[in-house]
Design a protein around this ligand. Structure first.
Ligand SMILES: [Zn+2]
Length: 165
């Protein structure tokens, strides 16, 4: 697919990590709202309403950014964003987006764990010859150290270098 460049997949993995944090934040927000007993105090009610609105906005923005990074069409993004900004059902939508993104990343050969895919993992999966620190191409590296950032060269890059052609 046209959008599956290294940069796109790293961005997608990053947006998914954002979604996973939002799931945790939503659960926490729900717990806070339910743990506060019904009150007649207008200021607390107003504060809770602001808090829930803020969480909804963060979720809406997070979902839209993840769906754009995944390369979805504009109609699908618009429909999901309507759901994302709705006051309820946010957590379910976040989980669905995360599952969908996991499928996309796995198709590209990236290992995705409970907390998403780490940037290192995305880089390594896409090209084992790239420096895990900065993405510099280490093919044929002889120093055993990345010339860009000074990080140790992964064993695979050294091995290929040592193999006579
Ligand atoms: Zn480097």
């Amino acid at each position: 697919m046209r959008w599956r460049t290294q940069t796109d997949l790293r961005r997608l993995a990053k947006r998914q990590r954002g979604i996973i944090w939002l799931i945790a934040a939503s659960i926490l927000a729900q717990a806070i709202v339910f743990s506060i007993p019904a009150t007649q105090t207008p200021s607390i009610t107003l504060m809770l309403a602001y808090f829930q609105t803020l969480v909804s906005i963060l979720i809406g923005v997070g979902v839209i950014r993840a769906l754009i990074a995944q390369g979805n069409n504009i109609i699908a993004i618009a429909l999901c964003s309507l759901l994302a900004f709705a006051p309820s059902g946010n957590i379910l939508l976040l989980i669905m987006v995360s599952i969908s993104v996991t499928g996309t990343l796995r198709q590209a050969g990236i290992r995705v764990g409970f907390m998403g895919a780490k940037d290192d993992e995305v880089l390594r999966a896409l090209n084992p010859m790239l420096c895990r620190g900065c993405g510099y191409d280490l093919t044929g590296n002889v120093s055993g150290r990345c010339p860009e950032c000074g990080r140790d060269v992964p064993p695979m890059a050294s091995m290929i270098e040592a193999t006579p052609l």
